[in-house]
Design a protein. Structure first.
Length: 293
């Protein structure tokens, strides 16, 4: 006899660093974590990751592929820039009731829960959102080529740029830039790495920027200050008002707190949940036709 699929839901949070899957079924939750899923930088790799993740969810819950296919699913994926790509991914996956969007909405829903307020999402990429009187608005998140300031990818890239500036004699060296040359060996090697690096590879350098700034590295303090200024401008652009909660989400967002003005820093509030929780909540709201209730 087929297992009952009542009240089951699949959520996916696909980011530039890793992709997380969750399945609610039979009163249990099953979680899977795989490599990055960024539709703009590696569409085929994203599709392969999603397919593998669904297979692993089915195995964990002891469901057949046919049973899993009937469960409503919501996927928030990094780099999802248009409906054509979203529909292409949805049509290639073995799910009947599936909605695919970029990863901003799932993150915002998970972080705010049922409350109004703002989110600053800063990990490999960056985006910002505000919910006011129940209406959601999202800005940013257009990728590191044109946007994503303050993100891990941009911090990493700017650290490499700063190291090259030191090499050119434009700035005095700092422990962080000396660390860059200790890793890569030469300016030519830095350029060779940067010419092929994906956002996640740049972002691997971001923790060094954060730690070095905390240790007093002048160059990294400047990078974090510039990122904080960008955060401030984006919140103002959303219409944030003093007293509104601000949920920092993503691995880097909390580290900007010391660099933000007090009126903003004082409103930083722990998120209600994760982007994966948001994806599950959105999946649970879906109608049998895959649309939001």
């Amino acid at each position: 006899m087929s297992k009952r699929l009542d009240r089951s839901a699949i959520g996916v949070d696909g980011g530039g660093t890793n992709c997380r899957f969750a399945l609610l079924h039979g009163g249990n939750r099953f979680d899977v974590r795989l490599d990055a899923a960024n539709a703009s930088t590696d569409l085929e790799g994203t599709y392969a990751t999603l397919k593998l993740g669904l297979t692993k969810l089915a195995e964990a819950a002891r469901l057949t592929k046919a049973e899993l296919a009937q469960i409503p699913a919501f996927m928030g994926l990094a780099g999802m820039m248009n409906d054509t790509t979203a529909n292409d991914i949805a049509n290639r996956l073995p799910l009947v009731h599936l909605r695919v969007e970029d990863d901003r909405r799932t993150a915002m829903v998970g972080a705010l829960g049922g409350f109004d307020g703002c989110v600053i999402g800063i990990g490999t990429g960056s985006f910002f959102g505000r919910r006011h009187d129940g209406r959601d608005r999202l800005i940013g998140g257009w990728g590191p080529v044109l946007a994503d300031d303050a993100s891990g990818a941009i911090l990493g890239r700017h650290l490499l740029r700063s190291a090259l500036d030191v090499h050119d004699g434009l700035h005095a060296p700092s422990p962080a830039t000396e660390g860059v040359f200790a890793r890569f060996g030469s300016a030519a090697a830095i350029v060779a790495f940067a010419s092929k690096a994906k956002p996640g590879e740049f972002a691997e350098l971001a923790p060094r920027v954060v730690q070095s700034a905390q240790d007093g590295d002048v160059i990294c303090i400047d990078l974090m200050t510039r990122g904080a200024d960008y955060i401030k401008s984006m919140l103002r652009g959303l219409g944030w008002q003093p007293g509104e909660r601000i949920c920092p989400i993503g691995g880097l967002a909390p580290h900007y707190a010391p660099f933000l003005p007090p009126d903003i820093a004082d409103q930083l509030t722990a998120p209600e949940g994760t982007a994966l929780d948001g994806a599950l909540a959105l999946a649970a709201q879906m109608t049998p036709m895959g649309e939001m209730a």
